[in-house]
Each structure stands twice: as structure tokens, then as C-alpha cells.
Design a protein around this ligand. Structure first.
Ligand SMILES: *Cc1c(COP(=O)(O)O)cnc(C)c1O
Length: 431
């Protein structure tokens, strides 16, 4: 029997024998764009290399965490050192406090913070805490916002209308999602109506302050402010899910960028520097309800383990150095402008959105995309063709038109120029 050559396609076939769909997270399977996913051998800086030795300029960055680029030397060295002292203790260690202090300093609305192992865990726990604190059950979320695969949050409305939630996935009892109201992103009027009708039952609003899971959609000028006001009026909590936007949109998160203080914040991605970490935190009075101080149970065998803490701490130290963000934000603007110009020149109109180092592009004639309905109306066929052609040219975008893109400090002006040039050439071939 001859061994099959180590190609992405062969490894994908092999993976499917023991892993559902061959992947451990669905979007990796390339279902939205067709073809076989690229199997990665290694990554360094702004580039990833597949098992066939082909190198790609990476705009996914492991879906956000790699703000410093892949395999940053100082982060790797810190993690290697930490490993020498043991991988997990299940008992307190100083690194947990150091990371907590760093986050509380950078995001002042967080007075107390609890570490968990993923963004999903963070939002799940924040919802439990909000319900316990307010002694109410109803949660408002917005269509197209993703908060991890938490049962009560895995809901979207049918048509952007104000509807009581029905689950997006089987396996979630209706009784779980009945308490979730799903509203349209950027729609203040629906929020007002929901509070008028259900105000005294609403425990919390959970929102991505910049939506990063239906491509990249910034909030309108009044949207976040309106959420803050409504929550204050009805004594409901405002939860900013900053798992993606935290340390991406700005050092202080989207909340500093838009100058709105939430009651609770969830974090993940960047704060783990590439290792599995999530966290939730906020006002002291609310967080004190958590066990062991209060009655709200929440725990984790590996929570706060020294390896993840050291990767996160080193990452936050490096990104909080003066002038870290400016060059990355500038490169992001250059790329967005370049893509729009290439679109104009080739007659394939592209709209881009940017929030700090987070950005997105849409095949649309609309100048601004504001909600899920509008994202869904973009030209999906163009996206597929664009994605595959760019992949051939060695440029790796997220394999779905509903995902955002991510810049890192490892990307260079040459990388950006190359991307724009290739994009222009590809756009000419779209039909
Ligand atoms: C990625 C993400 C999550 C889920 O985090 P996981 O670590 O994948 O569980 C939650 N909320 C937002 C906004 C995210 O982008």
C-alpha cells in the first residue's frame, strides 16, 4: 500500500473519518466558498504556510487573536518559559492577578474580572450573572451578532422584525430561547418598542459594539448610546461582547472608541494571544455576585492556567506600548481605500468598513451596510469567485462573506500593495 501524498485535500479526507466534517469549528470547512480547506503546517508573522509548502498572506489571524502576527518571538519565549514551571495547577498563581490587573487598567469599566477558557464561556457566564443580578430572565440580542454557541444566544429573527426567538440550531429547547428577544442591529426604534413592551422583564442587552460576525458592521452614531439609555431607564444591564473587538478596535476596546460604558464586558481572542482564554468582568457590585463571594456559580478546571495567562499578559504588554495601533490602523485604511478604488476602476463596486484593526469588504453598491439583511443582499457569487482567485494568488481571507478581516502588526506596506494589485487583477475577471 502506498502512502497518500500529504496534501490539504488528502488530509481533509482523512480528518473526515474521525472528526465531524473534518473540522473542529464549522466555518473552517470552506462550505460557503466550496473546495477543500487549506491545512496549515506553520505560521509566522503575517503569513501562514500550508502542508504543501504554499505560503499565504493571512487576513484571518486565527479569527482575531493574532494582533501581533503569528508566532511572535517574545510571546513564544514567554510561553516556553512558563511551560517549564508546569502547565496547570488548579490553584491560584500570580500570573492570573497580573493579567486581571492589566485588563482592568486598560478597560476601566471592568473593576473585577473572571477568567474562563473561551468566548462562549464568557458570554454564557455573563448572561447567567446578569439574570441573577437583575432577577429577570429576558435577554435582548441582535440579528447577526454572534456570542459563541450558547444555547440562549443561538437565535436570530426571521426577517428583521421584532420576534420572539426561535433557535438557529436543533437541540435547543424552545423554552431556552423564548426568553431571548432578537432585534435588528442598528435599529433604535425596535429597542424602544421592546423595552416599552417587556422592559420590567429585560435582564440585559448583549451586543457586539462593532458587529464582527456578519462581516464588519460598525454601530450608527446613536445606536450604542440608545442602548445605554434604555438599559439605565429600565435598570437592565448592558453587556458589550468585546470578544472580537476588545484590543482590536482600540486598546481600550470599542467601549473606549465610542465612549460608552457597559455594565459587563466579555473578552476573548486577543487576551489569550492565541491560547484558549475568555474573560468577563464589569462593575464590582455585579461581579461580587459570583461564587465564592456570591451565590452565582461559575467555575473552570483550567481557568487562569499559567500558560494561557502568560501568552495573554505578554500580548497585552506589547500592544499597550505607545504608538502600537497607529501604523496598523493606517495600513488597514490603505487596504480598504485600495479595495474600494480597485472596485471603482473595474466596475465591481466594493464597500469597506473599518473599526481600528478590524475591517470588512462587501460586494455591494450601498455606501454603508448596517444590518444582517443588507449583508445578506450582497453579491455572494462575486465573493466566492474573489475568495478562490485570491487564494490562488496566495492571499487568505476568511472563507465566508459573513466574516470580518483582521490586520496585524506583522503586515507591511508591501503586503498591502500586493493585496490591492492582486485584488484589482481578480476583480477584472469576475462575472
Ligand atoms: C469569537 C466570538 C465569541 C466566541 O468565542 P469562542 O472563543 O469561539 O467561544 C463570542 N463572541 C464574539 C463577539 C466572538 O467574536
Amino acid at each position: 500500500m502506498t502512502e497518500k501524498p500529504k496534501t490539504s485535500a488528502n488530509l481533509f479526507d482523512q480528518a473526515k473519518h474521525t472528526i465531524p466534517g473534518g473540522v473542529n469549528s464549522p466555518v473552517r470547512a470552506f462550505k460557503a466558498v466550496g473546495g477543500s480547506p487549506v491545512f496549515i503546517q506553520s505560521a509566522k508573522g503575517a503569513y501562514i504556510t500550508d502542508v504543501e509548502g504554499k505560503r499565504y498572506l493571512d487576513y484571518v489571524g486565527s479569527w482575531g487573536p493574532m494582533l501581533l502576527g503569528h508566532a511572535h518571538e517574545a510571546v513564544i519565549a514567554t510561553v516556553q518559559n512558563a511551560c517549564q514551571n508546569g502547565l496547570s495547577f488548579g490553584a491560584p498563581c500570580e500570573l492570573e492577578t497580573q493579567l486581571a490587573e492589566k485588563i482592568c487598567t486598560l478597560i476601566p469599566s471592568i473593576e473585577l474580572i473572571r477568567m474562563v477558557n473561551s468566548g462562549t464561556e464568557a458570554t454564557m457566564s455573563a448572561i447567567r450573572l446578569a439574570r441573577a443580578y437583575t432577577q429577570r430572565n429576558t435577554i435582548i440580542k441582535f440579528e447577526g451578532c454572534y456570542h459563541g454557541h450558547v444555547d440562549s444566544l443561538l437565535v436570530k429573527a426571521g426577517s428583521g422584525a421584532l420576534t420572539l426567538g426561535t433557535p438557529t440550531s436543533p437541540g435547543i429547547p424552545n423554552s431556552t430561547t423564548e426568553q431571548t428577544l432578537v432585534l435588528e442591529y442598528n435599529n433604535c426604534e425596535q429597542v424602544t418598542t421592546a423595552f416599552k413592551e417587556h422592559g420590567e422583564h429585560i435582564a440585559a442587552i448583549i451586543v457586539e459594539p462593532v458587529a464582527g460576525n456578519m462581516n464588519c458592521i460598525p454601530p450608527s452614531a446613536e445606536f450604542l448610546q440608545h442602548l445605554r439609555k434604555q438599559c439605565d431607564q429600565f435598570q437592565s444591564l448592558l453587556i458589550f461582547d468585546e470578544v472580537m473587538t476588545g484590543f482590536r478596535v482600540a486598546l481600550g476596546g470599542a467601549q473606549s472608541y465610542y465612549n460608552i460604558q457597559p455594565d459587563l464586558t466579555t473578552l476573548g481572542k486577543v487576551i489569550g494571544g492565541g491560547l484558549p482564554v475568555g474573560a468577563f468582568g464589569g462593575k464590582r457590585m455585579i461581579m461580587e455576585q459570583l461564587a465564592p463571594l456570591g451565590p452565582v456559580y461559575q467555575a473552570g478546571t483550567l481557568s487562569g492556567n499559567p500558560i494561557a495567562m502568560s501568552a495573554g499578559l505578554k500580548t497585552l504588554e506589547l500592544i499597550s506600548e505607545p504608538n502600537f495601533y497607529d501604523p496598523i490602523i493606517k495600513l488597514t485604511s490603505t487596504l480598504c481605500e485600495g479595495l474600494e478604488t480597485a472596485g471603482k476602476d473595474t466596475g465591481i463596486t466594493i464597500t469597506t468598513h473599518q473599526a481600528g484593526t478590524l475591517f470588512g469588504f462587501f460586494f455591494s453598491d450601498q455606501a454603508h451596510i448596517t444590518n444582517l439583511t443588507e449583508v445578506s443582499a450582497c453579491n455572494g457569487e462575486y465573493f466566492k469567485q474573489f475568495f478562490q482567485a485570491m487564494l490562488t494568488k496566495g492571499i487568505y481571507w476568511a472563507p465566508s462573506a459573513f466574516e470580518a478581516s483582521f490586520m496585524s502588526s506583522a503586515h507591511t506596506a508591501e503586503d498591502i500593495n500586493y493585496t490591492i494589485e492582486q485584488a484589482r487583477a481578480v476583480l477584472k475577471t469576475l462575472s
